[in-house]
Design a protein around this ligand. Structure first.
Ligand code: C2E
Ligand code: CA
Ligand code: CA
Ligand code: CA
Length: 274
């Protein structure tokens, strides 16, 4: 038993090493990827509940690595987020999204910002400088942040959001319901919309709990005068249930997967999906 224990430990150590090595490669690889053109953005339409008009697009980053092939942002963003690489990556993403939004006939682009970016010194000035340099109006840009970004230092976050909103940016609270925000505290933040996490949309048809959470988020949004965006919408049944429940906007594979900029522009010009 002792021997088995030892070899298990060693296996564990080796896989730890492997994990650390992978993380280090990703970190270094990302820094180089920016210059090498291995990164790209894809855009997923967000549609209005009524006529399914395309009102905006969420920008999602893609990385096609030489060494591992495509790596999901769900893997590399958390790694980048643990170092300063996230800042260069985030700058590249914002600049790229700002180029694309200028080619949309009016829709906004919704850009994800990680907690570390959001807490960066002079984040507001930094974002403002980027939009000014690009010649884009702040109203064409939605900033997506998660609950984690704002609840650690709520006071400072509230101030940051207030300033961004004053400048005309739209603010969306992403993955709403998965974090630890108290519904009560949401009032303090200058927000435009709540994005209901995909896990609740997914569970809606199967579990009463998920359906109940979806309904409470929609009610909360209404009460606070916020838009509610449902993400990860895949089926006609979900579309119907969400429209009935009063979600203001919908996003998901049912309408379109994330697509390259040129394709997104074509969808934007068509105005209506579905
Ligand atoms: P997220 O912000 O919650 O993004 C939504 C994710 O759900 C995206 O995965 C999208 O492709 C996927 N999705 C959209 N509709 C459907 C659907 O109907 N069904 C299913 N099963 N999935 C759907 P993706 O692109 O792999 O991104 C994963 C996460 O990585 C994002 O979650 C976000 O947290 C992070 N991420 C992606 N791009 C960026 C970025 O540019 N910056 C930052 N900071 N994070 C990003
Ligand atoms: Ca998002
Ligand atoms: Ca989300
Ligand atoms: Ca998510």
């Amino acid at each position: 038993a002792k021997r088995a224990g030892r070899s298990v430990t060693r296996l564990f150590d080796e896989s730890m090493d492997e994990g650390i090595r992978f993380r280090r490669r990703v970190e270094q690889g990302l820094a180089a990827a920016i210059g090498r053109g291995e990164l790209s953005l894809v855009y997923q339409p967000i549609v209005g509940r009524g006529d399914l008009e395309v009102i905006g697009f969420e920008a999602l980053v893609r990385w096609n690595t030489e060494e591992y092939g495509p790596i999901s942002p769900a893997i590399f963003i958390p790694i980048a987020e643990e170092s300063n690489v996230i800042h260069d990556l985030g700058d590249w993403i914002l600049d790229e999204a700002l180029k694309t939004v200028q080619r949309f006939p009016g829709q906004y682009v919704s850009v994800n910002f990680s907690p570390r970016q959001f807490r960066r010194h002079n984040f507001v000035g930094h974002v403002m400088e980027s939009v000014q340099r690009a010649g884009v109006l702040p109203g064409r840009v939605q900033i997506e942040i998660t609950e984690t970004a704002i609840f650690d230092d709520a006071e400072r976050a509230a101030e940051t959001l207030y300033r961004l909103r004053q400048m005309g940016f739209r603010i969306a609270l992403d993955d709403f319901g998965t974090g630890y925000s108290s519904l009560y505290n949401i009032r303090k933040f200058a927000l435009d919309s709540l994005k209901i996490d995909r896990s609740f949309i997914d569970g809606m048809g199967r579990e009463r709990e998920s359906a109940a959470i979806v309904h409470s988020i929609i009610h909360l949004g209404r009460a606070l005068g916020l838009e509610v965006i449902a993400e990860g919408v895949e089926t006609p049944a979900q579309v119907q249930a969400l429209r009935l429940a009063g979600t203001s906007h919908l996003q998901g594979f049912f309408f379109s997967p994330p697509v390259a900029a040129d394709h997104a522009i074509a969808l934007a010009e068509r105005r209506v999906i579905g």
